[in-house]
Design a protein. Sequence first.
Length: 88
Amino acid sequence: MNLFTQEADTSHGASHPGRATIENVNHCLKALGKVIEAEKFKSIALPRLTTGVGGHDWKDVKPLMDKHLGHLSIPVYVTYHPGVKAEE
């Protein structure tokens, strides 16, 4: 599943997306929570969304994960490997 947290590229010919926004993170997690419930997921693992390339602080993202995924009756794993750059 893809969570599009970054803005679309606004320049012509460039292949780099815009910055991630907290609004997009909120929207994606809300939608993800609905899909998880509808599809009856058994568990889910996510990275610390937008805290790397996205440039956000975990203290701003974690409350959104708690709000939209914390009520689920399944395990929600947040993966984090300090100092290890994600392959993109």
